[in-house]
Design a protein around this ligand. Structure first.
Ligand SMILES: Nc1ncnc2c1ncn2[C@@H]1O[C@H](COP(=O)(O)OP(=O)(O)OP(=O)(O)O)[C@@H](O)[C@H]1O
Ligand SMILES: [Mg+2]
Length: 235
């Protein structure tokens, strides 16, 4: 087991965003978290990457409880977060953004890694000198994922990678996520409102509603579930 979250509870000043969540992720798996606006999906990812500290519960990564670690220590442990909303450093170039993704690394293979990661995202290679803020939305989304990969993660957290993308780019992004999962041998937690896409590329999934897990199973089981069909797949 690469990641195990036990009875996690997270509160903002006035509200409890995560009530009691337990999930696990195995080595090499793509696990999806689906749920609608405000369910607590991004809050969960922020807790895993150390940006939010839980009120209760444990987050065990590679056998160690990471709850008290800093975000930087957590990156060094092997968890990378591609946040929602295309948070690139707008005034820096594509290449500089990628270098920043490797800020915790001390090895000398960063340039080789950037070349390897360009093979997933050829558009980023073509635009390596371009100011990140002038990339299209889809390209910024790709840069967010590519930058996360530069920290050499064993677990990649993807928050709404398909948000705001045209249908053909959504298909392209899901193809790339699959390719990365196969070739880089890493685990992925995929948070999506596009449940159809998420369940197509993941092996297992959890459905979150108002801070609790209401359903879990293989992606096939979730797709076949009547409630999921009606409320989340519109079929
Ligand atoms: N910084 C914050 N301060 C206070 N409350 C917050 C904060 N961020 C999120 N919340 C609240 O926590 C709950 C969960 O929010 P979260 O962003 O995790 O949802 P989400 O599932 O990612 O939704 P979406 O699909 O819209 O991105 C919501 O009720 C939200 O209003
Ligand atoms: Mg969110």
């Amino acid at each position: 087991m690469l990641l195990q979250i036990k009875n996690l509870k997270i509160a903002y000043e006035k509200a409890i965003a995560i009530k009691d969540i337990s999930i696990c992720v195995d080595e090499g798996e793509i696990v999806t978290i689906i749920g609608c606006n405000g369910a607590g999906k991004s809050t969960l990812l922020q807790a895993i990457s150390g940006l939010l500290k839980p009120v209760a519960g444990q987050i065990i990564f590679d056998g160690k409880d990471i709850c008290k670690m800093s975000p930087q220590q957590i990156v060094t442990m092997g968890i990378a977060h591609a946040p929602e909303g295309r948070r690139v450093f707008r005034d820096l170039s594509v290449y500089e953004n990628l270098l920043l993704g490797a800020y915790t690394r001390k090895d000398k293979k960063i340039k080789e890694d950037i070349e390897r990661i360009y093979t997933y995202f050829p558009r980023l290679k073509e635009r390596w000198k371009q100011r990140a803020g002038s990339l299209s939305g889809g390209e910024q989304q790709m840069l967010t994922i590519a930058r996360a990969l530069l920290s050499k993660p064993r677990l990649l957290l993807l928050d709404e990678p398909s948000m705001g993308l045209a249908p053909f780019l959504t298909i392209e992004i899901s193809r790339i996520i699959n390719e990365i999962n196969n070739k880089e041998k890493l685990s992925i937690i995929l948070v999506e409102q596009n449940s159809q896409l998420a369940l197509r590329i993941s092996k297992r999934g959890y459905l979150v509603e108002t801070g609790s897990i209401v359903l879990e199973g293989t992606s096939q089981e979730l797709v076949a579930n009547d409630y999921v069909k009606k409320a989340y797949l519109g079929i």
